[in-house]
Design a binder for this molecule. Structure first.
Ligand code: CA
Length: 237
C-alpha cells in the first residue's frame, strides 16, 4: 500500500503540527490547513485517504466541511475523524449523522488519535474488500449474518431474531467499530414496516443482546451517542 494521505484541518498551529508530526511518524503523507474553506477546495481537487477535522474553525465550521465532503460522490467514502472540544456532544452526534467516522475530544493524547486513525483506515480497506459479498462474518466467524437469506448464526447455531433486531445487528455489523446514533439506526432499519423511536431502539437492543447470549458484548453502547459493533469485548471506560 502506498503512503496514506491525510488532510489535517485545524486552525491552532501547535495542534496541527502535533498531529502532522504523529501522522508522518506513522508513514503517512500529512498536510495541514487552517480553514474549512481551504480544506473543501483541496478535497475537491484531490480526495485524501483520510481527513482529521477540527470542528471549531474560524470560517466554515467542521460540521459544514463534513457535510459538504460527504455530499460529493468522489469524497463520500473518505473517512473523517473529528476533533472536538469537551461539551460539543451535540456536534459529535451531528457529525456522525452526516457521515463522520469517529472522533476524539480535546485535549486528546496523540496515541489515542493515531489509534483511531489507523483503525479507520484499516476498516475502510477491509470494507472495500468485502463490499461484493453480502454475507458478513464477524468475531472471527463466531457471528455470521446473511442479509439475503435473513439468517444469523452465533457460535454455529441459528439465532431467531425479529425483523427489527436483525436490521439493527446487520446495520451495526456492516461497519465494525463505527459508532451509529439511534437516529441513524432508525433510518437504516426504517422502511421495513417498522415504527421506531430512540427509546424503542434501546428495547430492541436489549432483546437482541439477550438472544446473542455470550456474544452480547458485540453490540456496544456508546454513552450519549448511540451504539457500535465491537470487534472485541472492551473494559469499562
Ligand atoms: Ca479550532
Amino acid at each position: 500500500m502506498s503512503k496514506p494521505s491525510v488532510l489535517i484541518v485545524e486552525d491552532e498551529p501547535d495542534i496541527a503540527d502535533l498531529i502532522r508530526f504523529h501522522c508522518e511518524r506513522e508513514g503517512m503523507d500529512a498536510r495541514a490547513v487552517g480553514t474549512g474553506k481551504v480544506a473543501i477546495e483541496l478535497v475537491k481537487r484531490e480526495v485524501p485517504d483520510l481527513m482529521i477535522l477540527d470542528l471549531m474553525l474560524p470560517d466554515v465550521g467542521g460540521i459544514e466541511v463534513c457535510r459538504r465532503v460527504k455530499q460529493w460522490p468522489e469524497s463520500r467514502e473518505m473517512p473523517v475523524v473529528m476533533v472536538t472540544a469537551k461539551g460539543e456532544e451535540t456536534d459529535i452526534v451531528a457529525g456522525l449523522e452526516i457521515g463522520a467516522d469517529d472522533y476524539v475530544v480535546k485535549p486528546f493524547s496523540p496515541r489515542v488519535l493515531m489509534a483511531r486513525v489507523r483503525a479507520v483506515l484499516r476498516r475502510r480497506a477491509e470494507l472495500q474488500e468485502t463490499t461484493l459479498d453480502n454475507r458478513l462474518e464477524r468475531l472471527e466467524g463466531k457471528l455470521v449474518i446473511d442479509p439475503d437469506r435473513h439468517v444469523v448464526a452465533a457460535n454455529g447455531s441459528p439465532v431467531d431474531l425479529t425483523v427489527t433486531e436483525f436490521g439493527i445487528l446487520n446495520h451495526l455489523a456492516q461497519r465494525p467499530g463505527f459508532v451509529r446514533t439511534r437516529d441513524q439506526i432508525i433510518a437504516a432499519v426504517h422502511g421495513r414496516n417498522v415504527v421506531l423511536s430512540s427509546r424503542t431502539i434501546d428495547v430492541h437492543v436489549t432483546a437482541l443482546r439477550k438472544k446473542l447470549e455470550n456474544l452480547a458484548w458485540c453490540v456496544e453502547t456508546v454513552r450519549g451517542v448511540g451504539y457500535r459493533f465491537a470487534e472485541a469485548p472492551t473494559a469499562a471506560e
